[in-house]
Design a protein around this ligand. Sequence first.
Ligand code: SAM
Length: 257
Amino acid sequence: MLKTAKLSKPHFATLCFESVPIMQAMNAESTQHDEYALRTAQFFDSMGSDYENAFAHDACLNNFIKKVLTMFPPASSVLDVGCGTGTPVSKTVAAQGHKVTGIDIAPKMVELSRKAVPNATFEVADMLEYVPKQKMDVVLNILSLFVLSRKEMETMSKKWAEWLLPNGLLCICMFAAEDCNPTKDMYDEDGLCARGMPHMFMGQQDLLTMLTRQGWEKMLEDAGFKIVDTEVDLFEPPAGAKSDPEPHYFIIARRLS
Ligand SMILES: C[S@@+](CC[C@H](N)C(=O)[O-])C[C@H]1O[C@@H](n2cnc3c(N)ncnc32)[C@H](O)[C@@H]1O
């Protein structure tokens, strides 16, 4: 609540953060949480529908959504976390008769989602603080974990378990560290996460923090999930998007009863 009120004040919208790569800044474990939320919201608000124009036509993502839809119970309650503009994910899922709630930290993204998917519910919220009104059949976190630190990803894994009904479905799209060309020195001591991997996203050079495949497996198992399917697919954003190719790592996991 506090965060939403802060973000809606006009003077926050004029703050400038261009000099610091967003993901680099946000991946520092010591980052102040309010600053993180504000910068993330501003970064994605500044993009608005440009993001959708560049990324919504990703055939692999659209195929993944089609695949997971076959695993949803009829009329599922679905939470789309970091919903962006609502297209293609919330829109495709809602069109199949599921009850979609989308959250995003960026108010402009939520506004675009509301317009694009009028038969779903959207709200401005930080996933790290959000508490759903009901337990969900399905949680989707599609390309929305990039600015989280390793510790925050672990926090999210516990939240997914709290938010889902027993046997509920968790669908994630991220990158796995080993697909981002890390050097040996970029790995954490336990070898399950790598940091500082350069990546260009929408014209901005960032440094990524990513779990390895084994890191994902361990984190999700520790949180009470069983991975049922994974796949990797390289998405080539259009030239105008000023973004590096993205090795999308898709994970489908079930919350154990
Ligand atoms: C790369 S976009 C992906 C959007 C959408 N899931 C899709 O695949 O089209 C990432 C989205 O996650 C949102 N986001 C990032 N951090 C967030 C957080 N802590 N809480 C909620 N949303 C967040 C951003 O505002 C942005 O809209």
